[in-house]
Design a protein. Structure first.
Lengths: 410, 302
């Protein structure tokens, strides 16, 4: 018995050695001529769980951006971190903090692209802020991360302990998106809305914006509640039916089972309208919902869908599809590309100081009239994009079909 | 009604926990994950048989469901026996903590098998059962209470399975042997009972129930994901403790109480209070009756 144990331990440690050796392999490159520098970009996105379809596309886009960009004397490396854990099946605060620390401790890292979830950004912004590392998000939409007066009283300053902004996002925030959704709901003929959110920062945030705007527009509130990820929502579906609502607005992400909620709603209310923000605007949601996602399912998101891309965006789409043999990616892929491009431009502009975090941060913050795949835009003083384009889609036989562009209400 | 149906799944999984605990005092943490793998076996079987999606399927292919259930039951039963042979049996005489840790290890292995097998995203389960609400369509009542065909299906399967289990334990030679081993392993051994076989059989029974629950879960909720086992296991374990761990009737009762309470909390207090309601009750019951609803104080052997 004793012998068998020893043999087992030996095998395990041999395996560990092997794994260790493989992991070390990537760090070796880049020690070339004295003038050439090697810098690294890390991304932190949930690669485990329902968001995976979209996050893989974002990572593809970042790699595409790096491959597209030649910077003299600088080699750009890239590492994609996962901020989700298998146990949770979606992003995890502890994992996100670990990723941020990993980026901080690796001296060659000059930029952090992430996060996907606004709640995760709340964890990593203050850590990276203290290290003076720039963070660019392709997907966070919770307003309080950047905008004073749109979230809690102490937001956003509590995220920036050293007082200097280091966080930027290339997507328009939810104080616009939630309002756009409420206006559209009214246009669609909704009178009584039932608002459900997934209790997370992003989901509750956008549900609250929708709620306030719906009230302004004179829509009746049939109900408002948080529903965490669950196996089924039959009790909630019955409650919605009882409330007499004609539209359900879901503030939340696809990981927290909105597809299951939709399916359970369909069982009791075959024709009720269902609307959600960008968190459900992905192919994964429709795949999980199956036949429940019929024509009265709507979603809003920043920008326009791939089939409506023109100019530079259309060219980008062509090269993306050619490289990844993909039928049009989800809407966030292009934001991943734009985020990486902005970072790369900042690194290129830094010249000799490409490996200096402070210089890269200042360059990103100074992005003005940037002519990217999304159009011409700038970062404002809060770190938000000046773009405010939104569109609405409707589910049609298993994919999201573009309905119209939605104007931001004043 | 929702509560009772949800409770039925919990009860079936809880039985797996309680059976094993009753016999060898091991909390089999891998049981919830075994159930998760069961849902994957069902899904795969249905896909192979051509029913991976309900699109284009007219009526309910009962024979396919039956095959899927049998496949999942055999798979879960067999896998559970295998896990016992490999991970728990060598540790039978070890301190009590050792098999507990190895159970957690088995749980991780199962989760990762699920991850590799079906990927990290939730999988859709075909909606093959008829949509029929007895309350509104048969009696013409439009109330909050619904009793659909799906509910009937779950109950019509779960209740006979539980009764069958009770019969096996009460009336067969193996059942008698199980009870003997649970009461006193040493004595049972001296009376000529093959203790290893009995324990193996117990794991088989627990696995069979998990396999059956897997099919019901899939058809009722129409989706599954590799992390399913953790929450399912936690709820079932709670139900088992609530009913008095080691007590078979208690586990079934605990499952139903838990399901009902969860549904009531969602309806009357709101979704975010579901777990608060459930676990508050657990705390209250355990404070006043530490052995659970039907548990008896039997020294340290249940």
């Amino acid at each position: 018995m004793q012998k068998r144990w020893t043999a087992g331990v030996a095998v395990v440690s041999a395996l560990a050695l092997l794994v260790g050796a493989c992991g070390g392999g990537t760090g070796g490159g880049g020690g070339g001529a004295s003038t050439s520098k090697t810098v690294k970009i890390m991304s932190s996105l949930p690669m485990t769980g329902a968001s995976r379809t979209q996050t893989v596309e974002i990572v593809n886009s970042i790699q595409l951006a790096i491959a597209d960009t030649k910077i003299n004397n600088v080699t750009v490396q890239f590492e994609a971190l996962d901020d989700a854990t298998a146990a949770k099946g979606s992003w995890d605060a502890a994992q996100e903090a670990e990723n941020a620390r990993k980026a901080i401790n690796d001296k060659s890292v000059v930029a952090y692209i992430g996060t996907y979830n606004s709640g995760a950004a709340k964890v990593s912004i203050p850590l990276l802020n203290q290290a003076g590392l720039v963070m660019v998000s392709p997907a966070n939409t919770y307003p309080g991360l950047t905008k004073p007066g749109k979230g809690e009283a102490d937001e956003p300053n509590k995220y920036y302990p050293n007082g200097k902004r280091n966080y930027f996002r290339v997507v328009p925030a939810d104080d616009l998106q939630g309002a756009v959704g409420a206006v559209w709901a009214k246009d669609l003929g909704a009178k009584k809305v039932y608002i459900v959110h997934d209790t997370e920062l992003y989901g509750k945030g956008i549900a609250d914006v929708f709620r306030a705007k719906a009230k302004d527009l004179g829509l009746t509130e049939a109900g408002y509640e948080g529903a965490q990820k669950a196996d089924n929502y039959r009790a909630l579906a019955n409650k919605v039916k009882d409330s007499g609502a004609d539209l359900v607005y879901y503030g939340g992400i696809v990981d927290n089972n909105p597809a299951v909620l939709l399916k359970d709603l369909r069982a009791v209310l075959p024709t009720i309208k269902f609307m959600g923000p960008d968190g459900i605007n992905c192919s994964e949601f429709l795949k999980q919902a199956g036949p429940s996602a019929d024509q009265s399912v709507y979603s809003t998101f920043g920008g326009v869908p791939p089939e409506k891309y023109t100019g530079k965006a259309a060219d980008w789409l062509k090269s993306y599809n050619a490289k990844y043999n993909n039928n049009n990616p989800n809407p966030y892929a292009i934001y991943g590309y734009e985020a990486a491009k902005v970072v790369l431009a900042a690194i290129a502009a830094a010249g000799d100081k490409a490996d200096d975090r402070q210089t890269v941060l200042t360059n990103v913050a100074g992005t003005k009239n940037y002519d990217g795949v999304l159009g011409k835009w700038s970062f404002d003083a809060n770190g938000d994009t000046t773009l405010t384009q939104f569109s609405g889609s409707q589910a049609k036989s298993g994919s999201w079909a573009f309905v119209k562009e939605l104007a931001v209400p004043q | 009604m929702i509560g009772i149906t949800n409770g039925a799944f919990i009860a079936l999984i809880a039985l797996g926990y309680t059976l094993v605990y009753g016999i060898i005092e091991l909390i089999n943490f891998a049981h919830g994950d075994l159930f998760m793998l069961g849902t994957f076996v069902c899904l795969t079987t249905l896909t192979v048989l051509g029913f991976g999606t309900e699109v284009g399927v007219a009526g309910t292919p009962w024979w396919a469901l039956l095959i899927a259930m049998v496949a999942a039951m055999i798979f879960c039963g067999g896998l559970n026996m295998l896990a016992e042979r490999i991970a728990y049996k060598p540790l039978r005489r070890a301190p009590r903590l050792a098999p507990l840790i190895s159970a957690i290890g088995v749980s991780f292995i199962f989760v990762n098998i699920g991850l590799f097998w079906q990927g990290p995203t939730p999988r859709r389960f075909p909606d093959l059962l008829p949509q029929y609400d007895f309350v509104s369509q048969l009696f013409g009542l439009h109330t909050l209470v619904r009793f659909t065909f799906k509910d009937l299906f779950v109950l019509a399967l779960a209740i006979p399975l539980m009764l069958g289990l009770a019969w096996v334990i009460q009336n067969t030679r193996m059942g008698k042997a199980m009870r003997a081993v649970a009461q006193d392993t040493e004595m049972a051994l001296q009376m000529g009972i093959d203790v290893d076989r009995v324990i193996s059989f117990t794991f088989l029974l627990g696995g069979l129930l998990a396999g059956a629950a897997a099919l019901m879960y899939g058809l009722y909720n129409n989706n599954t994901v590799f992390t399913l086992g953790f929450t399912a296991g936690l709820k079932a374990f709670t139900a088992a403790v609530l009913g008095g761990i080691g007590n078979v009737t208690g586990a079934a009762l605990g499952g139903f109480v838990l399901g009902l309470l969860a549904a009531l909390t969602v309806t009357y207090a709101g979704g975010q209070w579901e777990n608060v309601g459930v676990f508050s009750l657990l705390v209250i019951i355990l404070v006043f009756k530490p052995t659970g609803l039907l548990g008896q104080a039997l020294g340290d052997r249940a």
